[in-house]
Design a protein around this ligand. Structure first.
Ligand SMILES: [Fe+2]
Length: 350
């Protein structure tokens, strides 16, 4: 069965609860439990949120004419195919149809818009594009990819990525390389949230071997003040982009059920670095593979907690700006739909 784009899947969420999430951080309440557990909410998200710009991966995967990548998008499949002229083309495979869908490449990220109605893709990525360019993401090449199946809602995974209070307890290796309090939240135009963390003194990069195992040079042209920075961004709805001094990591989230998400994690490096005879990405890949698995465990426990009878959405802590920023993008999209339906209902009655 096909994705029904922009259709009327029922979103039975209380607008007052959504407005509570949109309050300033110190007064805001987290997303209602139904957002993580109600299949009708996921149906609505697939037909609306995942019908606007969705990140499918990196342009280098389809740089050759005829090369392609496939992602499952709800009950449909998206094929992105390398074109003769360089720009990839995307197709949505729904039932027996192959409909060409709107696509774009921004900062090396392949975006598809099954609705055909999302705003300009450059507007969607906004100011984040400047940082993607600084880290030369469009020129980097993939050295490794891993796919995970996580028993948690896609938003629980995005929230966890945006939340660093769990780092000391859950990721001792990561926390030894960069203090979770060293971060700074960034803000600017575009559908993203996130910020920076600083590497601890003595750590040169994020990887096995106490941050020293690598002989990789930094990404070309990176200013000296960025050599001890790591940036973590969520590009709404499904891309998590981590910018490191010597590589970029990209997670894309693919909802399967309210409590199940496929996560594709990819590691990108400088082509010149990959070409070196001593190139070995394992320190970074194995390090993050472990951190990923530690995170999935936390997300799965969170998901179980949300499903517990009597679970009530809690408040945010003062350090959870990025989680709140992500949830606000979700709440705003829900609230727009709920309000629109309310208005249509009033018109019908009037
Ligand atoms: Fe984590």
């Amino acid at each position: 069965m096909a994705i029904r784009i922009g259709s009327e899947a029922n979103l039975h969420l209380d607008p007052r609860e959504l407005a509570a999430t949109l309050q300033p951080l110190e007064r805001a309440t987290m997303l209602p439990p139904a957002a993580f557990a109600d299949p009708a909410v996921l149906d609505w998200e697939m037909e609306n949120v995942f019908a606007g710009w969705v990140c499918c991966g990196h342009a280098s995967s389809v740089s050759e004419p005829g090369s392609y990548l496939m992602r499952e998008l709800g009950r449909s499949r998206v094929f992105v195919i390398g074109g003769e002229a360089g720009e990839p083309r995307a197709f949505l495979n729904a039932c027996r149809h192959h409909d060409e869908v709107r696509s774009a490449v921004v900062g090396g990220l392949i975006l598809v818009d099954p609705s055909g109605e999302a705003p300009d893709p450059v507007e969607h990525v906004g100011e984040l594009a400047d940082l993607l360019e600084l880290y030369r993401l469009s020129s980097l090449l993939r050295a490794e990819a891993k796919t995970y199946e996580v028993d948690a809602n896609w938003k629980a995974i995005a929230e966890n990525y945006n939340e660093c209070l769990h780092c000391p307890g859950v990721h001792p290796e990561l926390n030894a390389l960069s203090d979770y309090r060293s971060g700074q939240t960034l803000d600017g135009p575009g559908a993203w949230c996130g910020g920076s963390m600083r590497l601890n003194e003595g750590a040169e990069m994020m990887g096995r071997g106490h941050g020293k195992a690598s002989s990789r040079p930094p990404i070309q042209g990176l200013p000296p003040e960025e050599l001890d920075a790591v940036y973590y961004f969520a590009l709404f709805p499904n891309a998590l982009v981590s910018l490191h001094p010597d590589y970029v990591m990209l997670h894309t989230l693919w909802p399967r059920a309210t409590d199940r998400t496929a996560v594709v994690c990819e590691w990108y490096f400088e082509p010149a670095t990959i070409a070196r005879t001593d190139f070995d990405p394992r320190d970074a890949v194995e390090f993050w593979d472990q951190v990923n698995r530690e995170d999935w465990r936390v997300c799965e426990l969170t998901q179980k907690g949300v499903r517990t009878r009597g679970y009530v959405a809690g408040r945010y802590s003062a350090q959870e700006n990025d989680v709140h920023a992500f949830d606000s993008m979700v709440a705003r999209s829900y609230l727009n739909a709920v309000n629109e339906r309310g208005q249509r209902g009033e018109e019908a009655v009037g």
